[in-house]
Ligand binder design. Structure first.
Ligand code: ATP
Ligand code: MN
Length: 467
């Protein structure tokens, strides 16, 4: 095998014709064999379009290998780049040697050249990365995650790894997965009335998979000024929707000496940065999504990337919704949590572009959000974008010890469980803010893919944890 720096197809497609012999390692997508020549297309995942290869059969007697070459097989192809007479490509590979590395028998390989439904491909998630759509999704996903890191690293944020196992449902953000080493069968067999004794459990108390790294991130933001997490998050969402996974990735920046205005500016800059980056660096894949998945998406994302984000209060949002002649499935009045239909109206119609809604009613938001002086709203913000609705949720955090303690009491939460979190307000407290962005929601928004299960390699959702 060649060195890891062997040429990849994405680069070869852009290279000039040359007599230099190269070895290309790839999978065969299609083959057209005739008497004198054999055409085949190679793909190695480095780009959407593959490299066309051609064998002059009179010059190179490779018929035996050609016969074994079928859609999906892996090959080493030796040849040199020649100018391509065909349209749609600059060069093709004039092949002088062909080695079949791994065959893919046509009678059993599930990915034949026809179009497959996404439902079917979900059942063969271990192979779907070999299709055009999933190759494109994974390249865009990869680029977006790189862009996330670049955005924060360029601004001096430290990447903090927050725990995946937590012993507190700190936020009440969603249904929890419990983590235990207790023997379930023994519990089932125990005599009725036996009390569950967590002393015997691994952590000596109930423990769960995290639903958010925010509270832990706050501890480090109030030490290192600006940090972010980008890690797996778990919610036992018992609903079968196209927007919810049981395991997803979340990005959560947290910044000290930063109020709500500062947070809004950061979030808008972040969204614009990500969209501009993906349009620039994944243009071929994005053109594919535009053509095959969501017509107009490139223009749509470009408009958002270049927009000023409007800022309205929740009060104004409610007035706008009430004044609209639209009938919503979920009725509007001050105090409701905005549903997707409301968000879509605000961003698609009322503003006609991205909009940040702030200062939500205190009663529908989490305990840690900074309280406004009006006694009924908190310094929360949601970023809404056209075609989607909410893409980011965040807030300025309550930094006043007494106010936070009072809120914890009011909600019937246990102060003891939050003593470490309250310490952050006891010692060197600062105004600080942050937000959360669900990474798969972002990938879904950017690619136009309908189902969130199709933007993560191996989706986990209720009743489904294959592969
Ligand atoms: P929704 O109302 O859509 O269920 P939420 O209000 O539960 O969202 P938050 O608690 O604010 O969401 O979570 C922060 C972010 O995490 C959301 O904006 C979203 O991007 C993402 N998110 C939440 N739940 C899921 C999930 N089950 N699968 C994938 N992403 C999710
Ligand atoms: Mn939810």
């Amino acid at each position: 095998m060649d060195h890891i720096d062997r040429p990849r197809i994405a680069q070869l497609r852009e290279a000039d014709p040359s007599p230099e012999l190269i070895d290309v390692y790839a999978w065969v997508r299609t083959k057209r064999d005739s008497k004198a020549v054999c055409f085949f297309e190679l793909n190695d995942g480095s780009s959407l379009k593959g490299l066309q290869a051609i064998i002059d059969k009179e010059q190179y007697p490779l018929q035996e290998a050609i016969d074994r070459m079928q859609t999906g097989c892996s090959v080493r192809v030796r040849g040199h780049l020649v100018e391509s007479p065909g349209k749609g490509q600059k060069v093709e590979l004039a092949c002088s040697d062909l080695e079949i590395i791994g065959e893919a028998p046509a009678d059993s390989y599930p990915l034949q050249k026809k179009r497959h439904s996404f439902e079917f491909l979900r059942e063969i998630a271990h192979l779907r990365g070999r299709t055009n759509t999933f190759g494109a999704v994974m390249r865009v996903r990869n680029r977006l995650s790189w862009a996330v890191h670049r955005f924060f690293q360029e601004r001096g944020f430290l990447y903090i790894h927050t725990p995946i196992i937590t012993a507190s449902d700190a936020e009440g953000a969603g249904a929890l997965f419990q983590v235990t080493t207790l023997d379930m069968q023994r519990l089932v067999n125990a005599a009725p009335g036996t009390e569950l004794n967590y002393q015997h459990d691994f952590f000596g108390k109930p423990a769960f998979l995290t639903v958010s790294g925010q509270l832990n991130a706050e501890a480090y933001a109030t030490a290192l000024d600006r940090v972010y997490t980008f890690g797996p998050t778990f919610r036992a969402e018992n609903s079968n929707t196209t927007r919810h996974l049981a395991e997803f990735w979340m990005i959560e920046p947290e910044v000290a000496f930063c109020d709500l205005e500062c947070n809004i500016a950061l979030a808008s800059e972040f969204v614009r940065f990500l969209l501009a980056d993906i349009l620039e660096h994944c243009s071929e894949d994005m053109a594919f999504f535009d053509q095959r998945i969501e017509p107009g998406i490139v223009e749509d994302l470009r408009r958002v990337a270049e927009s000023e984000f409007r800022h309205i209060s929740y009060d104004e949002a409610i007035r706008a919704l009430e004044a609209s002649d639209r009938t919503f499935e979920y009725p509007v009045s001050w105090g409701i949590d905005l549903q997707t239909e409301h968000e879509r109206y605000l961003t698609d119609e009322y503003v006609g572009g991205p909009v940040v809604v702030t200062d939500y009613p205190r009663d529908i938001k989490a305990f840690y959000m900074k309280q406004n002086d009006d006694g009924r709203t908190v310094r929360a913000m949601d970023v809404l974008v056209p075609r989607l609705g909410e893409i980011i949720g965040g807030s300025q955090r309550e930094d006043d010890l007494a106010t936070l303690e009072r809120r914890i009491d009011e909600l019937g939460l246990e102060r003891d469980a939050y003593s470490w979190y309250l310490d952050l307000r006891r010692f060197g407290s600062v105004p600080h803010s942050g937000f959360g962005l669900g990474f798969e929601r972002l990938v879904r928004y950017v690619t136009g893919m309908q189902n969130i299960r199709d933007v993560i390699p191996f989706p986990r959702a209720v009743g489904s944890a294959e592969f």
